[in-house]
Design a protein around this ligand. Structure first.
Ligand code: PLP
Length: 365
């Protein structure tokens, strides 16, 4: 009998979540109620930010953050190309120009020297992505502050990560999160949040996602509807109570993998930055022959993923971008060619972790 397939993700649903969904539904207050207020405040407090606003998803969270910082036509925004496409398209959506910058080979996050070299008088913001749950190099905040440029922490993959004891989402001027179902914590649908560390930004963001109004019939500034529903906020509050345990479990699994794979010749294991708690949204290895690796894992009934096979600057949507051809970012391109993600979700049981280890160890290209 073949063993059951190990997926890349598994949903956590418990009675408390189901009860909350029933209770909030029955209350008749489906939007703009106590759950949204409490979730925004509790999420900001957890991350150590000044204030927080739940919103519809992590992509509009980025658009709201750029809007709050007055980024628009003619502006440049520095961003890694090795990230989910939403980190870049938000810049284009507000009429600004993404400037794609190289990553550090060891950590897959923005290279601080490359960031500094890319700054021009047109640079209006930096979107720094804590990719896979790895906190970015803190030098980026110093460089940004030296140049008077705000940093948006795209923390969509890094719930619960920290650097030198400080949680991600609290370093930059503004931070965004996604609660997409596969993320480190979820809300029972699409969802996101924007955190800010300046009072003016907290206010701008919360007004922007609710039609720019300060009271019911007055629309003071430009805004739209990027709100998150009460049921989802209620579910998010419950998931938040589990987050530390889930991050700890992800770390336990990642540590087992890194020990087991340390001496494998054809596999490069991920590193953790000094002083960091990695949130391990993805455990990503580099392999000598990706096709053969994925086929082998598949034959052992184990799922794999690729995050991401095409860097943003080479996506067809950026075909006309000045960096939109191969060779623009050589390290990023090389990484995208040989990375593979293996299951690391906290609901993996020990026997499954062992199966993944045995499958990886038994692969030869
Ligand atoms: C790094 C990063 N930024 C932004 C997003 C966009 O979030 P959402 O899917 O909630 O719109 C994601 C989600 O996949 C992401 O991984």
């Amino acid at each position: 009998m073949t063993a059951e397939r190990i997926p890349m993700g598994r949903m956590f649903i418990d009675d408390e979540m189901l009860d909350a969904a029933h209770r909030i539904l029955a209350s008749g207050q489906w939007i703009k109620g106590p759950e949204s207020k409490a979730f925004g405040a509790e999420w900001a407090e957890y991350c150590g930010a000044l204030g927080g606003t739940p919103c519809s998803n992590g992509s509009v969270a980025l658009i709201a953050a750029l809007h709050a910082l007055d980024v628009g036509h003619g502006d440049e925004v520095i961003v890694p190309s090795h990230t989910y496409i939403a980190s870049a398209t938000c810049i284009t959506m507000v009429g600004a120009n993404p400037i794609f910058v190289e990553i550090e080979e060891d950590y897959y996050t923005l290279d601080s020297a490359a960031v500094e070299a890319a700054i021009t008088p047109q640079t209006k913001a930096i979107i720094a992505v804590h990719l896979y749950g790895q906190p970015i190099d803190s030098d980026i905040f110093e460089i940004a502050s030296k140049h008077g440029i705000p940093v948006i922490e795209d923390s969509a993959q890094a719930h619960g990560a920290s650097l030198n004891g400080q949680r991600v989402g609290s370093f930059g001027d503004i931070a965004t999160f996604s609660f997409f179902p596969s993320k480190n914590m979820a809300v029972g649908g699409d969802g996101g949040a924007i955190l800010a560390n300046r009072e003016d930004l907290v206010q701008r963001v919360s007004t922007f996602i609710d039609h720019g109004r300060l009271d019911k019939y007055r629309n003071d500034v430009l805004g739209t509807n990027f709100r998150l529903s009460e049921i989802q906020c209620g579910i998010g509050r419950i998931q938040l109570k589990h987050l530390d345990g889930w991050v700890a479990r992800r770390n336990e699994i990642a540590a087992r993998y890194s020990v087991a794979f340390a001496d494998l010749e054809h596999i490069k294991t991920p590193k953790v930055r000094d002083g960091a708690v990695h949130a391990w949204h993805q455990y990503v290895v580099r392999v000598a022959d990706r096709e053969s690796f994925c086929a082998h894992m598949n034959s052992m009934n184990i799922s794999t993923g690729i995050h991401y096979p095409i860097p943003c600057h080479l996506q067809p949507v950026y075909a006309d971008h000045s960096q939109g051809s191969r060779g623009s970012l050589e390290l990023t391109e090389a990484v995208c060619d040989d990375i593979v993600s293996i299951p690391v979700m906290p609901l993996l049981i020990d026997e499954e972790v062992q199966r993944v280890i045995e499958a990886v160890v038994s692969w030869t290209p």
